[in-house]
Design a protein around this ligand. Structure first.
Ligand SMILES: O=P(O)(O)OC[C@@]1(O)O[C@H](CO)[C@@H](O)[C@@H]1O
Ligand SMILES: [Mn+2]
Length: 462
């Protein structure tokens, strides 16, 4: 069977794509919120970061974010990064590579400067959006007192605090499960609990601040009770395949399986991921979990190593028995290396995952040691399937374009207009029920692929 040709990437040049309102409206709002936050917090920041000298830097930081916002809104060309962070050279080489590819595609040898660059509304949405968040970081990296300031920290912390009720219910339930698993548990019950915690982690992905442009979601529901109501919105459900991969690895490796979780958002989603990881250890489905966080603030709410520490420290201080007991348990896991948290720079590059083998072979090899990789969220899904406008009935494996470091699955609520692995007619049925089914975060997929290839993808997968 001939392989379907790889379609073009999503781009804001297509006004019918969610890329367009993202570039036109959502990103300017996200940047305005940063300026508003920095302006409102000026007194606190100046005091905390060194007085009058910080005031000048803060002014420059606000100016840089405002200039970036103007650049997006007036579709200016992408510029090389000016900061000296370790990834800047790789980013600028990647920018040059993309410009060359664009010129080859356009087969123009135009000497016109405007043709020798990438623009917000002309080029690949994924590339430009990653570049946007890296430019936000550049603004703080150009400072000295405010160097590396996390302009999204407040939003992530507010989101965490608003999720107390859901966290309380989820952790109390987890404590009950941990007690139950002290004794013998029938396999059917292991499978049922796996499904429950996997789906709580999946739906925890609805809480992402970049889609809501910073609006914090309310949490007044019991996460477990919600699962049955959400079942209808689960369009691809490879839970059984995922369970099969894991239970087989646990058996073959005599309960010494390693699971990698590529994290997405801080706040409640991180807590659901920690609870899911606890269940994997408690049930014996995994003996080690490697968590992959971001090495800089990313897409508003993605988890940085600082967010990880802040979350555990705040959970430990909560006056809540289940939460504080679990926190102590998790800190012991981190001490014993039962849990490891890492942050490779590849996760903050614009590359799609079929390029990982070439761009960051060390990370590809690290992931190849895993028995099962769980990718959380929409941005990871977009990078897994190269943010292409696939026919929705294209198989998930085809869309991976040769990315098979280990068996993997994606737990994703749909927040952008690319999806694969659907049955014929399924996208139309969803469209009839909810016109925003691809972008609202109310529909989801659990997509698994059990292939493992250590070789780089062959050209025909590209
Ligand atoms: O990875 P998450 O946090 O689930 O979602 C992030 C994201 O999907 O939200 C926006 C929706 O278009 C995009 O800018 C970005 O890809
Ligand atoms: Mn995210």
């Amino acid at each position: 069977m001939s392989r379907s040709k790889t379609p073009p990437p999503l781009s804001a040049k297509d006004p019918s794509s969610f890329a367009y309102p993202t570039m036109k409206d959502r990103i300017p709002v996200i940047l305005s919120k940063i300026v508003d936050h920095l302006t409102r917090q000026k007194g606190v920041i100046v005091q905390e970061y060194g007085g009058e000298a910080a005031r000048e830097e803060l002014k420059a930081l606000i100016g840089a974010i405002s200039e970036l916002r103007h650049s997006v809104m007036t579709n200016k060309p992408a510029k090389p990064l000016r900061d000296s962070r370790r990834d800047a050279l790789l980013w600028n080489a990647e920018l040059a590579r993309q410009i060359n590819l664009k010129q080859e595609e356009e087969e123009t040898c135009s000497r016109d400067e405007s043709e020798q660059s990438l623009r917000w509304f002309d080029d690949a949405w994924l590339w430009m959006e990653c570049y946007l968040y890296r430019r936000v970081q550049e603004a703080s990296l150009m400072c000295s007192l405010l160097k590396g300031f996390d302009v999204f920290a407040q939003q992530k912390q507010d989101a965490f605090k608003s999720a107390y009720k859901s966290m309380s219910q989820l952790t109390m339930y987890l404590q009950e499960v941990i007690s139950k698993f002290k004794g013998q548990v029938p396999e059917s019950e292991v499978r049922e609990c796996f499904k429950e915690f996997l789906q709580v982690s999946l739906w925890g992905n609805k809480c992402d601040l970049s889609i809501s442009a910073g609006q914090v979601m309310t949490h007044d529901h019991n996460p477990m009770a919600q699962l049955s109501l959400l079942k209808h919105r689960l369009m691809v459900d490879d839970t059984n395949a995922a369970y099969g991969i894991l239970s087989k690895a646990a058996e073959v490796k005599e309960r010494k399986a390693r699971v990698d979780i590529v994290l997405d958002n801080a706040g409640f989603e991180l807590v659901t991921d920690l609870c899911f990881a606890e269940f994997l250890i408690t049930s014996g489905l995994a003996s080690q979990i490697v968590f992959h966080a971001k090495s800089m603030p990313w897409f508003v709410s993605d988890v940085t190593l600082e967010d990880w520490d802040w979350t555990l420290n705040n959970m430990k201080r909560m006056n809540h028995i289940a939460i504080s007991e679990l926190c102590q348990r998790w800190q012991a896991y981190l001490q014993a290396k039962t849990w490891i948290v890492e942050a490779h720079d590849f996760w903050i590059m614009p590359n799609t995952y079929n390029e990982m083998h070439n761009v960051s072979p060390d990370l590809f090899n690290r992931l190849s040691e895993s028995d099962f990789i769980i990718f959380k969220g929409d941005l990871n899904y977009r990078k897994l399937v190269s943010d292409r406008q696939w026919d929705p009935t294209t198989s998930f494996e085809r869309a991976l374009r040769g990315f098979h470091p280990a068996p993997l699955c994606s737990l994703r609520t749909l927040k952008c207009d690319c999806v694969v692995g659907l049955e014929p007619g399924q996208s139309q049925a969803a469209e009839n029920e909810d016109v925003n089914w691809m972008i609202g975060g109310d529909w989801a997929v659990i997509s698994a692929c059990q292939r493992r290839d250590s070789s780089p993808p062959s050209p025909d997968t590209l």
